[in-house]
Design a protein around this ligand. Structure first.
Ligand code: SF4
Ligand code: ZN
Length: 309
């Protein structure tokens, strides 16, 4: 027999058992729980203000598709807000073309304008070409920097006042742990707040486990592709992800404790704004940067010299 929902007086069958909270939730209460967590995060991070133009980073994967669906649902009564989506084609054969098709489909269904930009057009090479160079760092290192660069510049150019990304609890905790392991205190601080020079970023799904985002997408009827990026397994993040999943299974609640622990600790960390470090302008592209040449332009130069015969 199906287990009943743990919410008071709810007779519906549960569709999920949240081991970390001890609750069994039916479909309606599960959806409510996920949306409540997302709203709380939005309030905590940045307020959505009157007339905001919100850029949603959409990859076409389950997280960003679910996020776009949720934002449209939550903010439906707010006619003063404008949403548009930004997709990035990194040039990963057999993978991104599939998820980008999903992105187009969901954007169309939700009537959100989608703008797609590619590494090839913006930088002159694809991620597959970077990977073929066999650099010491994993392809994800380059991919992340270049994708962030595109999202940041295009969001700004298109007049966005907020950027929303689909990072979930797992992503966030992985990032925290990676920075702990590397001893990168500066980056840990930066996770908390960005400098005023950048468009404010919101991560509404930061408090929702990856598995629950997938279930939310499923319940919402969003078609999910099970295709994975061929480079994902080469990254340090992948090792950390596997380790965290083992911990979570043995000790439910680990991911939330890590997030909460980080939040308490981060009150003592200087934010990017308070770090006192002067922010320079990249000599190549003029973007705000911590060094003379920004990370993205560094990659572009490295690739250009590598590709020149
Ligand atoms: Fe890029 Fe790595 Fe994500 Fe693949 S897994 S899309 S290489 S960041
Ligand atoms: Zn630059």
């Amino acid at each position: 027999m199906a287990i009943e929902c743990s919410k008071r007086k709810c007779p519906n069958p549960a569709i999920i058992h949240q081991k970390y909270s001890g609750l069994h939730l039916c479909e309606a209460h599960f959806v409510e729980d996920v949306e409540r967590k997302a709203k709380k995060e939005i309030r905590k991070q940045w307020l959505i203000e009157r007339g905001d133009k919100i850029a949603v980073a959409l990859s076409g994967g389950k997280d960003s598709s679910a996020l776009l669906y949720m934002l449209k649902k939550i903010f439906q009564p707010r006619s003063d807000l404008e949403f548009f989506a930004i997709a990035v084609d990194e040039g990963i054969k057999g993978f991104r073309s599939v998820t980008l098709k999903n992105a187009e489909k969901i954007a169309k269904e939700l009537e959100v304008e989608l703008r797609t930009f590619s590494f090839e057009r913006e930088f002159g090479f694809t991620l597959d070409e970077i990977a073929a160079e066999g650099f010491e760092q994993a392809p994800c290192t380059f991919c992340g920097v270049l994708r962030r660069k595109i999202i940041e510049t295009k969001a700004k150019e298109l007049g966005a006042t907020k950027v929303v990304t689909a990072h979930n609890l797992d992503d966030e905790v992985q990032t925290i742990l990676i920075n702990y392991i590397r001893g990168d205190i500066e980056r840990l601080g930066r996770l908390r707040g960005r400098r005023d020079e950048f468009v404010p970023r919101i991560k509404p799904l930061r408090g929702v486990p990856e598995k629950e985002v997938a279930l939310y997408a499923l319940v919402a009827g969003i078609a999910i592709s099970t295709i994975h990026c061929p480079y994902a397994a080469l990254s340090f993040r992948f090792t950390v992800k596997k380790m965290l999943n083992v911990f979570e299974k043995k000790h439910p609640g680990t991911k939330y404790s890590l997030l909460r622990g980080y939040e308490r600790l981060s009150e003592f960390l200087p934010t990017a704004q308070q770090s006192g470090r002067e922010l320079l302008r990249c000599e190549r592209c003029g973007a705000p940067s911590a060094s003379r040449i920004c990370k993205a332009c560094e990659i572009v130069e490295r690739m250009r010299s590598s590709l020149t015969p």
